[in-house]
Design a protein around this ligand. Sequence first.
Ligand SMILES: CC(C)(COP(=O)(O)OP(=O)(O)OC[C@H]1O[C@@H](n2cnc3c(N)ncnc32)[C@H](O)[C@@H]1OP(=O)(O)O)[C@@H](O)C(=O)NCCC(=O)NCCS
Length: 171
Amino acid sequence: MDIDISLVPAGKKHVLRNMLELYFYDCCEFDDEEDSLELNEAGLYGYRYLDYYWNEDDRYPYIVKVNGNLAGFSLIRTLGHEPLTFSISEFFVMKKYRNIGIGAAMSTKMFELHKGKWIINTPIKNITAQHFWRKAAKNASLGVYDEYLIDNGRRMEWGFDNSGCCGINAK
Ligand SMILES: CC(C)(COP(=O)(O)OP(=O)(O)OC[C@H]1O[C@@H](n2cnc3c(N)ncnc32)[C@H](O)[C@@H]1OP(=O)(O)O)[C@@H](O)C(=O)NCCC(=O)NCCS
């Protein structure tokens, strides 16, 4: 299996825009009263932060291809610089490619590329993502991570620092 993870150039922004629609369709099953995804008049979710990934520094849009086929994406942003803190804004593996290690390959690469403090959270209803991020946080931090509820128990969050771990430097 050939797994290719690379930054999306601005000229391919539309690919991410299209795949984000699939992601939000998946994620709307984790809606709650305070956070509800709805289609706009055009029948799309849209993503108001998309342009920021090319217009602002410290945002990183990655796409994953499996054997040359689009299989998912990972949108990373920084939350602060003192200390340098990264966060996963959106993270998606297409259903066809789930449970075969693509998400793990992608998160491992994210943590290799970006060293510092990490904060990741997911809706409390997203049990699969909780299993996934707990394991990813454990691996990336060599077991030294925090797990706690935020937003009045609506989301589970993980925090760790991987700056001391092996790997290449952030771009
Ligand atoms: C969460 C998601 C990214 C996982 O991607 P994936 O490619 O299927 O995950 P992997 O195959 O790499 O699994 C890695 C580990 O996560 C855990 N995991 C993944 N899916 C799981 C599930 N349904 N139940 C329990 N554990 C699970 C497993 O521990 C697995 O490791 P192991 O089986 O080798 O021990 C994927 O299900 C997805 O895109 N979901 C919809 C969008 C989403 O929820 N994104 C996250 C938003 S924060």
